[in-house]
Ligand binder design. Sequence first.
Ligand SMILES: *Cc1c(COP(=O)(O)O)cnc(C)c1O
Length: 361
Amino acid sequence: MKQMHNFNAGPCVLPREAVEAAIEAIRNFDNTGIGILEISHRTPGWERVMAETRQLWRDLLNIPDNYEVLFLGGGASTQFFHVPANLLNKKAAYLQTGVWAKKAAKEAKFYGEVEVVASSEDKTYSYIPKDYVIPTDADYFHITTNNTIYGTEIRYDMDCPIDLVADMSSDIMSRPVDVTKYAMIYGGAQKNVGPAGVTFVIIRRDLLEKNYRPLQTMVNYKTHAADEDRNISMFNTPPVFPIYVMYETLKWVKKIGGLEAMNKINVEKADLLYNEIDRNSMFVGTAAKEDRSIMNVCFVMAPGHEDKEKAFMEFAKERGMVGIKGHRSVGGFRASIYNACPVESVKALVACMQEFEAANK
Ligand SMILES: *Cc1c(COP(=O)(O)O)cnc(C)c1O
């Protein structure tokens, strides 16, 4: 079979060894002779995986003891309303850096006043707004650290005068994060830490006691955190299989050397690709340079070469590139180079861009 290079934006490439381990677990989980798709989530073997997965999160991200780590269903989009349901009393502030951020703010309006402190919608979200004031009378400030569609990223942990809530769906575990700067971090697993089907929530314990309004049991974060054994805690059936693949994926991250090592590799990969985009006369990047994401690299045909977009798409496809079509709102191309995307794939794409330039000069 031809070697493929998977640049899908999510769900996306996973570490090979996590996939292989998952295949084996489907056949025979934990030497039980029964597959993981067929076991009870109350078997001791599963409780151990649950506990170890939470511990991997704690170890890799250095999560302090006064934070809970929850694995829920519903995707990041469900958190868009779970966050305000639990944390919005009167008013919340949102930074609008893309459509995901906009969708998050929309859901918050069901629960109270929403102040959008700044937006980069005027320029198709190609930059991160810098000059804004965070209202200190808001209950929290919501940011989207990586804007998957536009290839911009807030690659630092900001100081925030109020509780900071971050959607880190597409850059979680890509770099070390100072969790103490955040009140809550959440996201869907399917970009950087696993397959679709599980949502991670890291939340400071004191936030579980807000009780601003009566909440349905499943919406209340406290439900999922409350258990005498915090590491095993399962209120209802968790997404067992996605959590298992996440478990294997995080073991792989740990084996590589944790998030310092992961960050170094990610920066190297992103530099390779951005350097080529900046050098190559056929392409230009779409995101403001200082805000460039190291996870999603967006580029279009350079002025004068717009007519070659289809040709490059075909050219790249023939060479095994998968999933490089840009989101329809940006156009052009997007290479998602998440943790599990091997440097070889990035080098193959760079070589492909160079060949295309040589063939079309
Ligand atoms: C993909 C994505 C989402 C949506 O996640 P779902 O799990 O599909 O709901 C939200 N925010 C960001 C930043 C994303 O990249």
